[in-house]
Design a binder for this molecule. Sequence first.
Ligand code: PBG
Length: 330
Amino acid sequence: MTTAPYPNARFRRLKSSAALRALSAENTLSVSDLIWPVFVRDGEGQREPVNSMPGVDRLSVDLLVEAAREAADLGIPAICIFPYTDPRLKTQLCEEAWSPDNLSNQAIRAIKSAVPDIAVMTDVALDPYNINGHDGIVRDGIIVNDETVEALVKMALAQADSGADILGPSDMMDGRIGAMRRALEAAGHQNVTIMSYSAKYASAFYGPFRDAVGATGALTGDKKTYQLNPANSNEALRLVERDLSEGADMVMVKPGLPYLDICRRVKDRFGVPTYAYQVSGEYAMIQAAAAQGWIDGAQVMQESLMAFKRAGCDGVLTYFAPSMARVLKG
Ligand code: PBG
């Protein structure tokens, strides 16, 4: 034991002033820990609120570029694009997913040309383009793995060709990281990074997001045949190990706060760049309670984001990114 008996040791001494509390803080949260997920829609000059995510809007590409510029000015290192796709473009085989001119690829090009310093992250999964809302191609009611992986590779290459810096495979198919990595190397995209959604759980906390991307009505059934069972923790480690062995540069745990134990285990076991996604439902709960005056929204935002750092994360995808960055800036 390194702690003297009372009164030689008093834990309150180091809490007795702001200066001492700052000196003895074990973790810090900085703007460079934040990745900002954003929703893009078609049109020009369009800003459309997402009802279930107060404070979050779907933006047309021109306004998204302005938002990316503000994020970069605040020091936010990365922005992550999710498209709200016109239902008429959704098909069984999800061909829109690898169209060089889909909304997401248009947004990547526009942001990289106007705000080159911000890293652009993408979502690699078929759900925004799938007539049945699943992350993979569905045949006879089955989400088919290997055919989906081929589609995801085409999608990943189209995003890399458009200038994406970080690919975020969120589909949970087996074999996708290795297949994408091989294709990226073969295409000369040596520096395109992959942040794998390695430990992505089948979670009801994604509800508001599915509204935001217009997948709510489309989804038939659930995603339990590919996303992780919330009861499992060892399996998350095996998935992280598998994705690293296939060439992932960074790994992610998702959702965030309910899965901090997984973040900690991943960081302790592998010591690799580890991220968490504070998902739409987590954001919505905080915003809803704050709007009722039941919690102090700004303080809960900061406390929740610090929790990720304490759990060992190197960064967090959060819809609070600009608000948090403004607080950090003072
Ligand atoms: C789908 C995807 C989801 C999220 C990110 N990518 C939803 C899902 O798997 O159904 C959720 C993000 C959030 O809830 O904020 N590929």
